[in-house]
Design a protein around this ligand. Sequence first.
Ligand code: SAH
Length: 392
Amino acid sequence: MGKKNKNKNKQTQIKTVSGAVSFGMQKSKGQHLLKNPMILSEIINKSGIKSTDTVLEIGPGTGNLTMLLLDAAKKVVAIELDPRMVAQLIKRVGISPYQNKLQLIQGDVLKQKLPFFDLCVANIPYQISSPIVFKLLSHRPLFRAAVLLIQREFAMRLIAKPGTEFYCRLSVNVQLLSKVDHIMKVSKKNFVPPPKVESSVVRIEPIHPLPKINFLEWDGMLRICFSRKNKTLGALFKQKKIFDMIYQNYKKFKENNGNIISNNQDNKESNPIVSSEINENDNNESNIIKGLLNNINDEEKMELDNDDEEKDEEDEKEKEKDNEEKMENDEEKMNNNEENINVPNDEKSQFRIHLINLLKNNNFMQQRAVKMSITNFLELLNLFNNNGIHFN
Ligand code: SAH
């Protein structure tokens, strides 16, 4: 934290590539200019820009990439936060044959309504990578692809597969909505000033049509599953906070739709009330966008994530013990049902048994988010929703 603040206003005096003006680069704005012409043209080559394309560039800086984009595309729309960069870029483009092709917007990309574009090609400010990706993926009409230069670790998260080190909620959400490929590594020495971290170029192609799910439900469930990504689902759903939350949702849902605990605890048959709700196509797209916007407001805590996880785990351990014991008690009583030992019949205990049985009977009890594929998560959500368990 202290480290971060120290760097906030640190400026590196720099000559821009166009050689004209020099001014301080602000690390707080992620200002690391890509200066290697080979890497710049490699990015252009890998982007597949057509001469009819409108290209969106986020954070053009002094225009190193912009000039090449202008040469390849019909039009470039560039959004830049820093007025000094904007002034520099206007100068640079002004003395080129491209000035009519460039639309320059000064402002924060996260606060702008994005214009129409076919492709997004950009060396983006790393500190807002996650909100930028979700903003792009919720943009309509859909674009062909986004070719982004990003922090290597963030790239690893975007492309991570189940069971690998970087697999996380971000991987699942982004891969649900797009196909992500790693294009090339870019070493820090290609930037001025060099960032502390290594970088990578990725290509993100939105998937169309989107899977038919209620994204708010999806997002709510994933947040739970990844709250401790190495914990079994059985242990997670026994946690008091989580259990109480879904029990409240269940009661709310029941008030609106009648009793939903049934013996039909499998994945195959769906509850008509629920399925009509989640299969409504129009609803789906706007739900996805709403859910994505949820993600935009999340802070990207790349380096902190693991530490937090460990600390929280310690804190939770004690608290959870009690609740898990209670759950196990209920389960035990339920298993001994035939002997007619005091079966708890209050609604909450019944629901607890319903939930545990659902996970057990469908082999989810011992699964862990870190190893589950998107298909597994889709199956789990379907199972939950068809059995009255909701997450928003
Ligand atoms: N594309 C340039 C500069 C990359 S540095 C190059 O490769 O050389 C990232 C750029 O994003 C900087 O110019 C910075 O001012 C800009 N930036 C930072 N935050 C931004 C935001 N919220 N909206 C738009 N631009 C932003």
